[in-house]
Write a protein that binds this ligand. Structure first.
Ligand SMILES: Nc1nc2c(ncn2[C@@H]2O[C@H](COP(=O)(O)OP(=O)(O)OP(=O)(O)O)[C@@H](O)[C@H]2O)c(=O)[nH]1
Ligand SMILES: [Mg+2]
Length: 615
């Protein structure tokens, strides 16, 4: 039996390793135009031109063989064959960014003495050409004594040549395990500079060009204004652009319910489908357009290279509360979901900084909260304009802002107590400006959409059915004159927990919806959808949850509910990943407790202030 050689992609962060990995193996791993996207080892299959098949490994980017953070340690361990259960490497593809040759070359020079077969992928030659940089690849190859292949990962250029170079380099017997030796980084840096000077000619055109953009984007006054304008526009778009498609989805669900009501006899089955599945899952699925619009913006900003500039603008503020500059990207990822955000903290070197970032990550408004916000805003905030802005978009913006401010306050408090210590300075490479690639955008959005629908089809569907059962049984007695749901188990659970939440203005239905909301935050919305559908506040399903909430909740309760979800501790998956990443139960328990307390206080304050204000 022939053996399967193992080849790893190694290089500085943001060199295009994952893009190359995806192009070579047909995978869909996340790429992004900022350092530290990949934090885990990922494997795929690569067919070499000579017919052999090898395992291709994508690794986190690292600046040298001396790791500074947990993700970089993964790369070192993979190179030295120290990962338990994994075969040692047969060859390395060193991926370097042609627009940043001098810095990336140093790492190649550090890898060379390891003695493993090494092929250099000179990536991003398209951007180098755009930037007026010409690199003599043949000369480079001769000077460093390694095969050099020019590639453009995002256009799949140079892949065949890369395969041929690899095939020529991989022998039939595995090479000896490399031994770590201390290297003189200063000397390597000097050598890299000399080689670079010999092979590269540059007109410097691009540098001027991106400097001109940065003069505005990083300007102390214009920069923050531009950032605020972009964010405003984004939240406006979430409401105004989504209106039509949301209407279609709602109408589609209502038509389906009406059609089923015609075909099926009145009874348990009809109630399960209409009041349980369609009302519950439908209440969440309606928000797909809003989620996609939000992510289209976020992905485009990430891909263009602007996000790291935003991080730089935020740095002063972040440093003031004791947060590491590297926390920005994990926190940014947490707007999608705290889970990838918490995993992305592996790029943070100091354990204390990392822990602080993990603990505040759930305060970034994850996409699961968007349905909750949107349904309450839709029901209680009038769709009128305040100056040039829509009021609904402004309120949504304010809720996201409240989460961010909450995180800053929490970080400030944690850094002075639980995770005490000095904060290191901000050090982050600014990526190149670039037009967002259509394919990456499409893949990113596709990934978000499938993840959202998968949750709707699994965890939300399952909890909705359980909820429907709890809210339907036991059935009311024949002479019962109160709403049926009050006789059910759900009603009893709501009643039992109500005293805890009554002081902050929550009613039984909310309390009942919070419990399954533990599984996933959107379930709170599907639970409300089911509860109110069963209560039959109005017989017309077509009016949907928004109209039902408007009829059932006083405004202070609605506002308190929004405030609760800014902090909302309930998400089992986040607690589980925190347990994994901190390797103890202590921190997830701490996280849950402090978030619960914060949510309770925030909701209570909001409720009583709103009542006092006569709302
Ligand atoms: N124009 C151009 N863009 C590229 C090329 N290769 C990668 N990119 C872009 O460069 C950015 C970084 O790519 P990734 O593949 O995520 O880089 P990485 O090396 O895996 O980064 P880390 O995982 O953070 O270490 C993305 O925006 C890619 O779309 C290329 O050859 N040409
Ligand atoms: Mg990567």
């Amino acid at each position: 039996m022939s053996r399967t050689p193992v080849v790893a992609l190694v290089g500085n962060p943001n060199a295009g390793k994952t893009s190359l990995f995806n192009a070579l193996t047909g995978s869909r791993q996340k790429v992004g135009n900022y350092p530290g996207v990949t934090v885990e080892r990922k494997a795929g299959r690569l067919a070499l031109p000579d017919g052999r098949v090898c395992d291709l490994i994508d690794l986190p980017g690292t600046y040298s063989l001396t790791p500074r953070s947990p993700d970089e340690a993964v790369t070192r361990d993979a190179i030295f064959g120290r990962i338990a259960g994994e075969k040692p490497l047969d060859a390395i593809v060193a991926v370097i960014d042609a627009t940043n040759l001098r810095n990336h070359l140093r790492f190649v020079l550090e890898l060379k003495p390891l003695g493993l077969p090494l092929v250099v992928a000179l990536n991003m030659v398209d951007l180098a050409a755009r930037d007026g940089i010409v690199i003599d690849a043949a000369r480079l190859s001769a000077l460093i004594g390694l095969p050099v292949v020019e590639t453009v990962a995002v256009r799949k250029r140079g892949l065949d040549a890369l395969g041929r170079a690899l095939a020529a380099d991989i022998g039939d017997t595995p090479p000896a395990l490399p031994i770590a030796a201390a290297s003189d980084l200063k000397a390597l840096q000097k050598q890299a500079r000399q080689i670079c000077a010999a092979v590269e000619t540059s007109t410097g055109a691009a540098r001027r060009w991106s400097q001109r953009i940065d003069a505005v984007a990083l300007h102390p006054v214009a920069g923050p204004l531009l950032l605020a304008a972009i964010l405003f526009f984004m939240f406006q778009a979430v409401f105004s652009w989504a209106e039509a498609p949301m209407g279609w989805i709602e109408a589609g669900i209502a038509a389906l319910q009406a059609d089923l009501a015609q075909r099926l006899p009145d009874g348990v089955l009809l109630s399960l489908i209409n009041d349980g599945v369609l009302a519950g899952v439908g209440a969440v699925v309606v928000f797909l357009p809003q989620i996609l619009i939000l992510f289209a913006f976020i992905i485009a900003l990430e891909q263009s290279g602007y996000m790291t500039r935003a991080a730089f603008l935020m740095d002063r503020l972040m440093a003031r509360v004791g947060l590491n500059g590297r926390a920005f990207i994990p926190l940014l990822s947490s707007f999608a979901c705290a889970i990838p955000g918490i995993m992305a903290t592996r790029t943070i070197d100091s354990p204390r900084d990392r822990l602080t970032t993990i603990l505040i990550a759930p305060l970034m408004t994850c996409s699961a909260r968007l349905p909750v916000y949107a349904v309450v805003i839709g029901a209680f905030i009038p769709a009128r304009d305040v100056g040039p802005f829509g009021l609904q978009g402004l309120v949504l913006f304010a809720l996201y802002l409240a989460g961010i401010l909450g995180a800053l306050v929490a970080a400030f408090a944690l850094r002075r107590t639980v995770t005490k210590g000095a904060a290191p300075p901000f050090l982050m490479e600014m990526p190149k400006y670039q037009w967002p690639a259509g394919r990456d955008m499409a893949l990113g959005l596709y990934g978000r959409a499938t993840a959202f629908l998968q949750r709707a089809g699994t965890i939300i569907l399952a909890s909705t059915i359980v909820l429907w059962g709890l809210a339907s049984w036991p059935q009311p007695p024949a002479d019962g004159n109160r709403p049926a749901i009050e006789y059910s188990l759900a009603g009893k659970i709501g009643e039992a927990l109500e005293p805890i939440f009554a002081p902050i203005g929550f009613n039984k239905e909310i309390v009942f919806a919070l419990v399954p909301g533990m599984a996933a935050r959107e379930v709170a919305v599907s639970a409300l959808g089911t509860v109110y559908a069963l209560q039959g506040v109005d017989e017309e399903h077509a009016d949907g949850l928004i109209a039902q909430l408007r009829a059932a909740w006083p405004l202070p309760t609605a506002l308190a509910f929004l405030a609760w979800f800014v902090f909302a501790p309930q998400c089992i998956s986040t607690l589980a990943i925190t347990r994994r990443e901190t390797a103890s139960w202590r921190w997830p328990i701490f996280m849950f407790s402090y978030l619960f307390a914060a949510a309770y206080v925030a909701a209570g304050l909001t409720y009583h202030l709103a009542v006092a204000a006569g709302l």
